[in-house]
Design a protein around this ligand. Structure first.
Ligand SMILES: Nc1ncnc2c1ncn2[C@@H]1O[C@H](COP(=O)(O)OP(=O)(O)O)[C@@H](O)[C@H]1O
Ligand SMILES: [Mg+2]
Length: 258
């Protein structure tokens, strides 16, 4: 079983990395994701924008199976999402996620936060895992904070640790759900810069954000959602200069003149 799925993975090593086909999801009577078709190529950076409540977070959460779907298909690197057990833990490691709230382990040091998953899920030797953790913490500019606890760090620093923690697992794709929305303004750029660098390094990224500067400079594509649907998608240039739908025009006029 394992050998067969590994062989499949080898075959699927190019092209589309994340594929959603006709995905539907309800919360009770609310049809929160409606026939979502979305394909993300390896190395592509997709920014998802849209009004509050349009289903952006739910979309992200279905991709690493924090939420189940009612119908449709989601695959990562040519394999359908696993449902449970070790396979699911591995999927969660393959799909790095950074949320709005800095969800670090409060009672572990920064270094432990970035080491733990590598040892537990990726079965790495602790010493190697710590080395990798330190390298990544340096890369996101918080190497000097390694022995502190999350609460001793600023929000911007914590969010960069969260990025390092996800990267430590060697994810195939990174999901960011409004990673700067809870930050004080002066800390937003230090997080966006780390994300910009990741994008330049070729990481496949799905980013929900209201930071239009980031979308313009880092995204290959902008996906606009409203009421559980993808209303339009285009390159940032096309989308910002010439949004086609009234919903997108209305949304842009609100956030750009705000
Ligand atoms: N666990 C849940 N149970 C019920 N309704 C939910 C749940 N999570 C989100 N919703 C609802 O689904 C809709 C989409 O939410 P969400 O995906 O968070 O949108 P966005 O991230 O675009 O603001 C909202 O109306 C929200 O209230
Ligand atoms: Mg959200």
């Amino acid at each position: 079983m394992t050998e067969v799925s590994m062989a499949k993975e080898d075959v699927a090593s190019t092209g589309d990395l994340v594929v959603l086909k006709s995905v539907n999801k309800h919360f009770g009577a609310l049809h929160v994701l409606q026939d979502i078709d979305l394909t993300i190529a390896r190395g592509e950076v997709v920014v998802v924008i849209g009004p509050s409540g349009s289903g952006k977070s739910t979309l992200c959460r279905t991709i690493n199976r924090l939420e189940t779907i009612d119908s449709g298909e989601i695959s990562i690197d040519g394999r359908p999402l696993p449902h449970e057990g070790k396979e699911l833990a591995r999927l969660r490691a393959d799909v790095g996620m950074v949320f709005q709230s800095f969800n670090l382990f409060a009672h572990k040091t920064v270094l432990e936060n970035v080491t733990l998953g590598q040892v537990k899920v990726r079965r790495k030797d602790r010493k190697q895992a710590e080395e990798r953790a330190r390298t990544l913490l340096d890369r996101v500019g918080v190497g000097a904070q390694a022995d502190k606890y999350p609460a001793q760090l600023s929000g911007g620093q914590q969010q960069r640790v969260a990025i390092a923690r996800a990267l430590a697992m060697e994810p195939k794709v990174m999901l960011f759900d409004e990673p700067t929305s809870a930050l004080d303004p002066e800390m937003i750029n230090e997080v966006l810069e780390v994300m910009q660098q990741l994008a330049r390094d070729g990481m496949t990224m799905i980013v929900v954000t209201h930071e239009m500067g980031f979308a313009r400079s880092a995204a290959n594509r902008v996906v606009f959602m409203a009421d559980g649907r993808i209303i339009e998608q285009a390159t940032p240039d096309q989308f910002f200069s010439n949004p086609r739908s009234d919903r997108a025009k209305d949304f842009l006029s609100k956030i750009l003149h705000h």
